[in-house]
Design a protein. Structure first.
Length: 210
């Protein structure tokens, strides 16, 4: 049985919320402190560009470039390796890989911190490919990223997209694959009524039961 797993990164494989929000808050405190309350409540998942625009609002878009540059410097150089794996992720990924499943990462996260974490966790040999939004300038969303990878669906008996936010669910429907919702991630309070969910998991090792 050939299976392909498409994994979101933040909120699915790693718990990056604290590290990312720490950086957003530090930059906002310098540039636009009035938006710190918004940052505390925001959902982690969109790209840096999208999140920065939401934080700044149209009123403060003149700060966009400097906001992103300061975030990147702080996050990439100092904070990113504070990101924790979710429980049982390493063991479960290894088990899936050893049984012959193909594993891939599809993420809005920038490529530099993504690969930095993948190497830090010694995951580089587990994934057939990793697709990050900034590596594909023509892609507008995760659906575009996956289409650019030209996956031959006929090679697989099952294809699963595992993610935690509404955007992951929308992506799964647009590309026509089974969606597994990571309930332990960041999107529980989003509106899921229009998303067809194949399975909900409370922890990562439940994927071994799929």
């Amino acid at each position: 049985m050939a299976r392909l797993w498409l994994f979101d990164f933040d909120g699915t494989l790693v718990d990056s919320e604290k590290a990312i929000k720490t950086c957003y808050l530090k930059v906002a405190q310098e540039l636009i402190p009035s938006r710190c309350d918004f940052i505390e409540k925001m959902v982690i998942g969109p790209t840096l560009e999208e999140s920065s625009r939401m934080i700044l609002t149209n009123k403060n878009l003149h700060l966009l470039d400097i906001f992103k540059k300061r975030f990147i410097k702080l996050y990439d150089e100092k904070i990113v390796l504070e990101t924790q794996q979710y429980p049982d992720v390493h063991k479960t990924l290894n088990t899936l890989h050893q049984q012959g499943d193909q594993l891939c990462i599809i993420t809005n996260k920038r490529s530099h911190p993504t690969y930095k974490l993948v190497n830090y966790y010694n995951w580089e040999n587990l994934f057939s490919w990793i697709a990050c939004m900034d590596d594909y300038p023509s892609a507008k969303n995760k659906s575009d990223l996956i289409k650019l990878k030209n996956i031959n669906k006929n090679q697989f008996d099952y294809i699963f997209l595992v993610g935690d936010t509404l955007g992951d669910g929308v992506c799964s429907q647009e590309i026509g694959v089974n969606f597994i919702m990571a309930k332990y991630g960041y999107g529980n309070n989003q509106k899921w009524n229009e998303i067809q969910i194949f399975k909900k998991i409370n922890n990562f090792k439940e994927l071994l039961l799929v």
